[in-house]
Write a protein that binds this ligand. Structure first.
Ligand code: SAH
Length: 344
């Protein structure tokens, strides 16, 4: 039993079964035992690898996107905000490209983990740090979030013969075990399951409201689905050492994520902004990742294989290219951002 598992078992014994959202919150963010609170999961000995850690090309292509959006805004002063910046690699890669384009935004890193804040300060010296989007001053903004929403606490609801019920975590023979709540309110959907994160919804709505008040854009990249490719069941998953493990395994020592319902996220943004959705592969290709890979390989022939591998991992449909999607939102009145011209 991990120390956190003992704490969770005690909470359940005292107050009854908990939601998957409460479980995630404890596992990822508990101040002493939480996964993100205590470690840098993206490091060399980490549990998973994200796109910015695969190659500098990922952050560079997003930097190209930010520079183009900034141009379409009339090159104002603005806040460049990143939510959940991990090690700070994406922000550092973006800022290098922006600097070359003569664009010097005020950088804001929104992060809750003390361990990762320290990493970010090393890679992006001089950037502002905030604990929540609300703490970033209002004004023109371009916001980026990669693999951020998927780490926020999520509730799971299942359709059963007795109606909708929430997935819960209780105790069975003193061990954590999944169970179902009493029948819960009906859900208006023809699906058999739903994952709902009030925190992700609130942050998404806040992004939209900010873009309605001041010019700017947001780019949300994550793994997830639309109505066309809904997975067969709830998506909450745990990863340790790059391997899937059961979600109740070793609480606090594994990463927990879920797949974003991009239709839901997009609808929340579309209340205030113009939106577009595309795949990560198509987005990076539109931003010029192919030619960038070529020029990097020409400059460092010994790294050519590594660069080709990274390009493949980031863009190929059977790797990150299709499962990962890019959702863009722009303030009313701005043209569609690059990569989203068709507003598909
Ligand atoms: N974007 C990074 C890291 C992804 S991991 C990358 O692509 O490599 C998820 C990140 O979100 C971590 O930095 C984690 O500490 C942060 N995070 C989780 N919950 C958060 C919250 N409520 N507010 C801000 N950051 C959060």
């Amino acid at each position: 039993m991990t120390p956190l598992e003992r704490l969770i078992a005690r909470e359940i014994a005292q107050t009854g079964p908990i939601s998957t959202a409460r479980y995630m919150e404890l596992c990822l963010s508990h101040p002493r035992h939480g996964y993100y609170a205590t470690r840098d999961p993206l490091g060399a000995a980490g549990d998973f690898t994200t796109a910015p850690e695969i190659s500098q090309m990922f952050g560079e292509m997003i930097g190209v996107w930010v520079a183009a959006v900034w141009g379409s805004m009339g090159r104002p002063e603005f806040n460049l905000v990143e939510l959940g910046p991990g090690r700070g690699t994406l922000m550092a890669d973006m800022l290098r490209v922006l600097n070359n384009a003569g664009c010097k935004p005020s950088a804001w890193l929104v992060e809750t983990s003390p361990a990762l804040r320290a990493e970010q300060a090393k890679r992006v010296p001089g950037a502002n740090q905030a604990g929540a989007l609300q703490d970033v001053p209002d004004g023109p903004m371009i916001l980026v979030a990669n693999e951020f929403l998927d780490a926020l606490p999520v509730h799971q609801y299942l359709r059963t013969p007795q109606g909708w019920r929430e997935q819960q975590i209780g105790l069975s023979n003193d061990a954590l075990a999944f169970g179902l709540s009493a029948p819960a309110p009906d859900r208006e959907t023809d699906r058999d399951w739903l994952e709902v994160s009030p925190m992700a919804d609130a942050i998404t709505a806040e992004i939209g409201q900010r873009l309605a008040r001041h010019p700017g854009a947001a780019l949300i990249v994550d793994y997830g689905y639309t109505g066309a490719d809904v997975p067969p069941g709830p998506s909450l998953q745990a990863l340790r050492n790059h391997e899937h493990v059961p979600p109740l395994h070793a609480p606090g020592e594994c990463d927990l994520t879920w797949l974003i319902d991009f239709d839901r996220t997009r609808a929340l943004l579309a209340a205030h902004t113009a939106t577009g959705l595309t795949s990560q592969g198509a987005f990076l290709t539109a931003m010029g990742i192919g030619p960038r890979a070529q020029s990097l390989a020409q400059a460092a022939p010994r790294d050519a294989d590594t660069i080709a591998d990274a390009l493949e991992r980031l863009t190929a449909p059977d790797q990150m290219g299709t499962l990962f999607k890019a959702l863009a939102a722009t303030s009313p009145g701005l043209p569609p951002p690059p990569g989203f011209e068709a507003r598909p």
